[in-house]
Design a protein. Structure first.
Length: 323
């Protein structure tokens, strides 16, 4: 700033006042042109009043006033450019809490799509091979009922719980609850085998009403994990990087969802054809799911507490929300 001011002063004091004044006029016009987009800028209008040392009746009282205006305009432009550069650079600086939340979301997406694939295979596989022997109609009915469970859980039960329980704590509890829930599915197959051997009356109804509660808990856990993790992702970063963080999270989730069904189908087929005993029989795929859930629970413990509250609003946004 001092160099620019000194340069302008020397130019005015030079014997070649006319040529220097013309040079100053061009320089000053370039500075004012940078600010031409701002209608309210005082310095944008200065280009319309070129300085001429020999001009009489100029709107400026002195050369010093002209130099001061010119210097302030130049400094303002420098600060604006620096601010824009900092804003662009901050887009690529993702906090560690955001990476932790993204990883948790990826693990959750993987084991959820894994289970979706395995559940379909498990229910339609014959009982003697480790499944439940359902027809397509019964499978569709179970999934339809779970759609209603998800709606009730999402709009009624989940808001009620989060008003009484810390959301991060709820997230930890639900992750851990996945572990025993997955191990209950192959036990329902053993229950059906036992009922069939002993020719128990209403065995089909008993199996059906044994499956629905387990399936209901599993879908309820899905609501209580997917909803918080999306909130954690948004709370773990600032508004400048929010779009980048969400984009990375969705990309990783899409990737694991693309390999989850193939992996689940492969493990289910292998467990039924390897002619091995427990734990490599029909229990194996559900044991893998439980291990994945356990890993997800361990990882969820590394989430910082501040992801439970939003700190990514700018000052202007906070004021608007307060109003």
């Amino acid at each position: 700033l001092e160099r620019k001011t000194l340069s302008c002063s020397n130019a005015i004091k030079s014997p070649n006042a006319n040529s220097n004044a013309s040079h100053l006029q061009k320089s000053y016009g370039a500075i004012s042109h940078y600010n031409s987009d701002s209608e309210d800028s005082h310095y944008s209008d200065l280009s319309k009043q070129p300085f001429d040392p020999k001009m009489k009746g100029n709107s400026r009282d002195s050369e010093e006033e002209f130099l001061e205006d010119m210097s302030v305009a130049s400094l303002t432009n420098d600060l604006e450019v620096k601010s824009d550069d900092q804003k662009i650079g901050s887009t690529f600086k993702i906090p560690s809490a955001a990476w932790t939340s993204i990883a948790s979301y990826a693990i959750l997406s993987f084991h959820a799509i894994f289970m979706e694939e395995v559940y379909t295979l498990y229910t339609v596989t014959a009982v003697q091979f480790g499944g439940l022997g359902f027809h397509a109609t019964k499978l569709a009915l179970s999934l339809t009922i779970m759609g209603g469970v998800q709606l009730i859980s999402q709009f009624i039960i989940f808001p009620w719980i989060t008003c009484r329980v810390n959301m991060l704590k709820l997230y930890h509890i639900c992750w851990f609850t996945y572990v025993p829930v997955y191990l209950l599915f192959p036990l329902i197959n053993k229950l059906e085998i036992y009922l069939s051997k002993n020719e128990v009356k209403w065995s089909e109804a008993i199996v059906w009403y044994s499956l629905l509660p387990v399936l209901t808990v599993r879908y309820f856990l899905g609501v209580c994990t997917f909803t918080p993790v999306m909130i954690f992702i948004n709370n773990s970063t600032t508004s400048d990087t929010l779009g980048t963080v969400n984009g990375i999270g969705q990309t990783l989730a899409s990737f694991v969802r693309s390999i989850g069904p193939a992996f689940g189908g492969f493990l289910w087929s292998w467990s039924l054809t390897n002619n091995r005993n427990f734990p490599f029989d029909n229990f194996f795929v559900f044991i893998v799911l439980s291990i994945a859930a356990f890993i997800g629970w361990i990882h969820s413990l590394s989430l910082p507490r501040d992801v439970n509250k939003s700190d990514n609003l700018d000052d202007d946004e906070v004021i608007l929300l307060g109003e």
